[in-house]
Write a protein that binds this ligand. Sequence first.
Ligand code: GDP
Ligand code: IMO
Ligand code: MG
Length: 434
Amino acid sequence: MTQPTFSENVVTVLGTQWGDEGKGKLIDILSDKFEVIARATGGANAGHTIYIKDPENPGEKKKFIFHLVPSGMLNKNTVCVIGNGVVLHIPTMLEELDFLSENNISTHERLLISDRAHLVFEYHKIIDGLQEEMKGKSKVGTTKRGIGPCYTDKIRRNGIRVHDLYDFDKFEQKYLENLAMFKKMYGKFKHDEKAELASIKEMAKRIKPMIIDSAYYLNTAIQEGKKVLVEGANGALLDIDHGTYPFVTSSNATIGGVVTGTGIGARHINQVIGIMKAYTTRVGAGPFPTELEDSVGQMLRDNGGEYGSTTGRPRRCGWFDAVVGKYSTTINGLTDINLTKLDVLSGVETLKIATHYKYMGEYLKSFPSCLETLAEVEIEYIEMPGWKEDLSKIREFSDLPKNAQVYVEKIEELIDCKVTSIGVGVEREDIIFK
Ligand code: GDP
Ligand code: IMO
Ligand code: MG
């Protein structure tokens, strides 16, 4: 099997469905080909899982879940950057760094944080919960990590950014003003501001050496010929503009978020790898046209370990949706697909792929904006014979069962993008480069 080489300076990895497609695993696999790995958007709503061989227990795997720290951190030769588009919860990030250190992975001078990234506080999390309660039946099913309220502050222009930590008196003033505003908006809620301010003051000492002007840093690195890998978060259908609004997150999980969330000039981004699960999952509320609420859905959940990396919630599971795949390929300008979790489909007798949506008797050209339309679409499926073999040890495309090869080629045809790698298990080695 030949590992890919990257002639482009900036490569991006993006989620193309409703998140949890397996972005973390590919970032980790590719990280040794890049000097810099940068997160562009989202916050601790993301959960990127990586399994590596446990050096202390041969035959065992060690699991890492990154919410904020870029997934390139396991590769000791990389420098990782938290970009300006990320909303940063400092305690979560420090916990991740500590976990890495406990596992003998040096983080010293390896993590840099944008001075323009916005900070998430405990009150954002509380408000996230309150807003969900207020929405009642139409709640989004957020991760309650304060993501929406923090991005709202950013857009409302009362957000607090990483560089504000340099002048703690002013920081404290802004923080308390915001809190007072929220109490006016939401009524009194329990929150220990003294404790949070004291702990941020302490943590600020630790993170100050990591703060940089990340757009300058990344563009300089590119000018110097360094290779940069940008790690997307969430997924295209969770994108605030292009997703199933309002059942979305609060940032741009598509290619635009990479540009604004890092400050890297768009012309440098030449390769955009979309991570696409060989079936579909979604966690949280909102439309899911190919959802399976039967024993096949349960089998996918069991075999794929489909439980949220951030909240532990069971993920909803369904058939591969080529309408979604084509849509996210188009809006992201994908150059490659990493089709993940093909191994999970082993044992499904007949596989189905959604190929078209029909509304009032007419084929829709793309993914509809209106959720009422989406709820009424008639979905056209094709059926394909499955396979029974275990795929996890296969490393060459030609060694896959014929039906699995045909399934992959059908997906390529339907979404009009080449599948250049295929995931067949959770570990670094469990990948086929096509
Ligand atoms: P991310 O948020 O896109 O990084 O994805 P998550 O980590 O939330 O969820 C993907 C899950 O699938 C993780 O538990 C991965 O270890 C696992 N995974 C990734 N690729 C594969 C694959 O090809 N096969 C199997 N069986 N599991 C995979
Ligand atoms: P990764 O990067 C899966 C979903 C939440 C909820 C909606 C809004 O691991 O793929 P938020 O807390 O962002 O306000 O929640 O978006 N969501 C994700 N689902 N994977 C993610 O990230 C997600 N990030 C947000 O479940 O439905
Ligand atoms: Mg995830």
